[in-house]
Write a protein that binds this ligand. Structure first.
Ligand code: NAI
Length: 389
């Protein structure tokens, strides 16, 4: 039905959302192209069909594969011999569930933006659907695409840090420090609407990235958490700042901060892990370096591109040391990993999805947001005022 086997051609990619003026869709398109694994051939690029068609035309998509909406796209694509193999969902959060469900039910693999859904029930349903259909559902937790994040993970696994004691992860941003959602900012408007963003504001939007990153590098699983959410911009319906204390299985302690009002922080995602034998630190704005300090030793800067790094790090590296790689390359690493899973599935090969963010990671992210908001809203107890202040 789909003609040439996947092993002998690029994957045919469709996209929902990501049209003119959208943010992440463009990054997906760069990422999909970088390693020559995908060809964008179809889409329903905009909530406004006319704008979507105009965008499709500018991007060399055939008119009969530019669809009014995702439902028409599913219908149109399943009737074609050269239908898409996979769809990238680049729309606001509340639309991920119906769109992903429709494509999975049509037998099409899915690459879905985070958070995977706005409710845990929907996340469970999507995860189960991916499992029962055997289709791939990848979630774009961008930051686990960075080579040095794979190196950090390898160092933890190798025991360089010893047992983990403390995990500090923060994702501060400044762009919503004022009420830009009321001044026509498209991205801020849906992110501050609980019906579209979900129950968590900053914690759903960027806290989920931080939570995934900390778990990815350390391998630790959360046992319990306690949170304090705040909304600093007047009139905003969701948190724009969140502090979360995490107890991990095995006794390690975590502290996670997400903020949309942190002036001076463009994209300040930062992870620090402290173990019994050493610590490591990584900052998204300087992603080619990892800082490792052994107990009683001098700090070491581990740099991307060197021959002695782990295999998972090296396979995600394209340019020699000293030639910076960054965000687009990290995103492309996710796309390449997704392509390899989809190709493997097509020829019935076993797939190692351990370092690839899948529907279960998506589900864990949504469950995290629920726990954080529940902790704040339902169990807002335990606060003690010091006797002297
Ligand atoms: P955006 O507002 O810039 O773009 C959304 C796009 O979706 C627009 O083109 C809009 O017309 C379209 N759209 C909305 N509803 C639609 C529908 N029913 N059918 C077709 N198109 C529809 O939003 P942004 O910032 O690009 O975020 C989109 C998603 O990506 C969100 O889930 C967000 O959390 C995620 N995101 C992920 C990032 C990452 O690092 N992985 C970074 C930024 C966003």
């Amino acid at each position: 039905m789909t003609g040439i086997p996947l092993a002998n051609r690029r994957l045919r990619l469709g996209m929902v959302g990501g049209g003119d003026g959208a943010y992440i869709g463009g990054i997906h398109r760069f990422a999909a192209r970088l390693d020559n694994n995908f060809e964008l051939v179809a889409g329903a690029f905009d909530v406004n069909a006319e704008r979507g068609h105009a965008f499709a035309a500018k991007n060399y998509i055939e008119r009969n594969r530019s669809y009014d909406d995702y439902k028409a796209m599913v219908e149109g694509e399943i009737s074609r011999a050269d239908r898409i193999d996979v769809v990238a969902i680049c729309t606001p959060n509340h639309t991920h569930f119906p769109i992903a469900k429709a494509f999975l039910e049509a037998g099409i693999h899915v690459i879905c933006e985070k958070p995977m859904t706005t409710t845990a029930e929907d996340a469970i349903a999507l995860h189960e659907l991916a499992q029962s259909t055997g289709l791939f559902l990848g979630v774009t937790y961008t930051y686990c695409g960075y080579p040095m994040i794979h190196e950090a993970r390898a160092m933890v696994q190798r025991g360089d840090l010893g047992g983990i004691r403390v995990v500090q992860v923060e994702y501060p941003l400044e762009w919503m420090a004022t009420g830009i959602e009321l001044q026509g900012n498209q991205q801020a408007a849906w992110r501050t609407d609980p019906k579209k963003n979900g129950r968590g504001g900053s914690i759903g939007d960027i806290g989920t990235h931080a939570y995934h990153l900390a778990g990815f590098v350390t391998g630790l699983k959360a046992e319990a958490l306690a949170s304090d959410l705040a909304t600093f911009v007047e009139g905003r319906a969701l948190d724009d700042n969140a502090h979360v204390m995490i107890r991990y299985e095995g006794g390690a302690r975590g502290l996670l901060w997400s903020s949309q009002v942190a002036i001076g922080q463009s994209n300040g995602l930062r992870l620090r892990v402290f173990g019994e034998k050493g610590s490591l630190a990584w900052h998204q704005e300087h992603p080619n370096e990892l800082h490792f300090t052994p107990l009683f030793g001098a700090p070491i800067v581990v740099k991307r591109g060197r021959d002695d790094l782990s295999a998972n790090t090296q396979v995600r590296t394209r340019t020699p040391p000293g030639h910076p790689e960054g965000y687009i390359e990290a995103f492309a690493n996710l796309y390449s990993a997704f392509a390899s899973v989809i190709r493997s599935k097509a020829c019935g090969k076993a797939v190692d999805e351990e370092v690839i963010p899948t529907s279960y990671d998506g589900l864990k992210g949504v469950a995290f947001v629920d726990a954080v908001v529940d902790s704040h809203e339902i169990y807002d107890g335990g606060w003690q005022k010091p006797r002297f202040v």
